[in-house]
Design a protein around this ligand. Structure first.
Ligand SMILES: [Zn+2]
Length: 216
């Protein structure tokens, strides 16, 4: 038994010497340090490429910070949000859903004054005079009330987009696009779901509490 182990070890050392003399055989994701720690030498090196999750461990292509790791002043739990939002509001605000283009309550809504509040927490987000006709099928704003909206990199669906959320509750609003050539002061388009908003004519937070009754 012992002599067999010694023979195996010897052959292992010989193989390792062989492998290390031919550097290109080393898979791209094994660093010099991990190779040294592997006592089984060449056997492990041959087996490694068939283990798909290895590449995930060594990947340097880390996604940028997502909204999941953010914290907001309004920290209601999922259950608390379900209690005050209707299912469509919950889907869009809390699960980052999107309403169908051209269907939103505020898509063709152009008041001269007033404020669009967050439909979740009632924080004021956009003024009526931020809104412009984009023709994109969702309410479009070229700017927000200062500090009311936060931006995050969104890499879903194979695209790199900038998600916008309510700074107070983290509720998903939509995405912001830059440099599209709109004749607005910023050439930015905050493309916002109507479901994420609630318009108030008086221009201040309505104080009616979050989430009006479902229209459905
Ligand atoms: Zn909010």
């Amino acid at each position: 038994m012992r002599s067999q182990t010694v023979r195996l070890l010897n052959s292992s050392i010989r193989q390792r010497a062989l492998v290390s003399s031919v550097p290109p055989l080393r898979p791209f994701y094994t660093s010099a340090r991990t190779t040294k720690r592997q006592t089984a030498g060449s056997k492990v090196l041959r087996a490694a490429p068939t283990i798909p999750f290895f590449s995930a461990f060594f990947s340097s292509n880390k996604p940028e910070e997502s909204t999941e790791s953010m914290s907001y002043p309004d920290e209601r739990s999922e259950d608390q949000w379900r209690a005050v939002l209707n299912p469509e509001q919950f889907r869009i605000l809390r699960e980052k859903g999107t309403e169908r283009a051209g269907t939103g309550e505020y898509d063709s809504h152009y008041p001269s004054t007033g404020v669009y509040n967050c439909a979740g927490c009632d924080a004021p987000l956009y003024k009526a005079n931020h809104k412009f006709k984009s023709g994109c099928g969702w309410p479009a704003y070229f700017d927000s009330i200062p500090g009311a909206v936060k931006r995050h990199v969104d890499n879903t669906f194979g695209m790199k987009r900038t998600e916008i959320v309510c700074s107070n509750c983290g509720g998903h609003l939509g995405h912001v696009f830059e440099g599209e050539g709109y004749q607005t002061p910023t050439d930015e388009r905050h493309c916002v779901n109507s479901v994420s908003l609630r318009f108030t004519e008086d221009g201040e937070a309505s104080g009616k509490g979050p989430a009006e009754k479902s229209k459905a």
